[in-house]
Design a protein around this ligand. Structure first.
Ligand code: ATP
Ligand code: MG
Length: 230
């Protein structure tokens, strides 16, 4: 059991390949102290998303282990893992249902006040209030349509409410208008506070707010530095 994960994440000689295919991560080692924000950059096919998928246990290593606070992820219950690790993907997936339900996805027990507090924390409250039925607006119904930037904010509110010790973010490549970009950046800083984070970063502004930048190539880290050093 894992009462409250602190978020110390370690890849301990992890080797991974998809099925019988070639090895994507060869003897991969990485130690991320609790609370650190890591920006992961590198060319397409380098293995960034694969790394993220090993942390959320979409896949398990072929050899070696990924540990959270020293515990092999495979030894955690699904409930513990879900609480400890949240992944926000590029699609910022919203399902058919109210905005409130979408924010409460990982926390079905959350009260209305907690949902609103999460939305406020990431700066999503203002636009939600403008929707025809506010928090009760069905995001897929007419009038309830939300922009790409707003979808991101809703998924950030969802992650904020879930309050995981480890956050994984596969940053959207789609370009946003400048006000949305600023809103996302501000929300991101709130979301990253007091937790471990791995961000597959596509924006320079994201790299700049990270504590550490890893450059990946062919499943290996070729640079590991503070953002100022790059
Ligand atoms: P991008 O910047 O384009 O998102 P990435 O660094 O996230 O790239 P990955 O998606 O981790 O790269 O892919 C690493 C390698 O694994 C690539 O060669 C890719 O073709 C391969 N790969 C990814 N997913 C699968 C899969 N489900 N089955 C087989 N091979 C895969
Ligand atoms: Mg990827």
């Amino acid at each position: 059991a894992l009462p409250q994960a602190r978020g110390h994440l370690e890849f301990d000689d992890v080797t991974f390949g998809y099925g019988e295919g070639k090895t994507i991560l060869p003897d991969f080692r990485l130690d991320i102290p609790e609370g650190q924000t890591v920006a992961l950059v590198g060319t397409t096919g380098a293995g960034k998303s694969t790394l993220a998928k090993l942390v959320s246990r979409f896949y398990d290593p072929t050899r070696g282990r990924v540990t959270l606070d020293g515990i092999d992820l495979r030894d955690l219950s699904q409930a513990d893992l879900r609480r400890a690790v949240v992944m926000v993907t590029q699609e910022a997936y919203l399902f058919s249902g109210s905005v409130a339900d979408n924010i409460a996805l990982g926390r079905p027990d959350a009260s209305y006040d907690e949902i609103v507090a999460a939305a406020k924390a990431v700066g999503a409250h203002e636009f939600i209030e403008q929707l025809p039925d506010g928090y009760d607006t069905d995001v897929n119904k007419r009038g309830g349509r939300v922009s790409a930037g707003q979808r991101q904010l809703v998924s950030f509110a969802r992650a904020f409410l879930a309050d995981p010790s480890v956050l994984i973010l596969d940053e959207a490549t789609a370009s946003l208008d400048i006000p949305s970009e600023r809103a996302i950046q501000k929300a991101l800083q709130t979301l990253l506070a007091d937790r471990t984070a791995i961000i597959i970063a596509h924006r320079l502004s994201t790299v700049e707010i990270a504590d550490r930048v890893l450059v990946m190539e062919h499943g290996r880290i070729i640079e590991d530095d503070a953002p100022e050093a790059l």
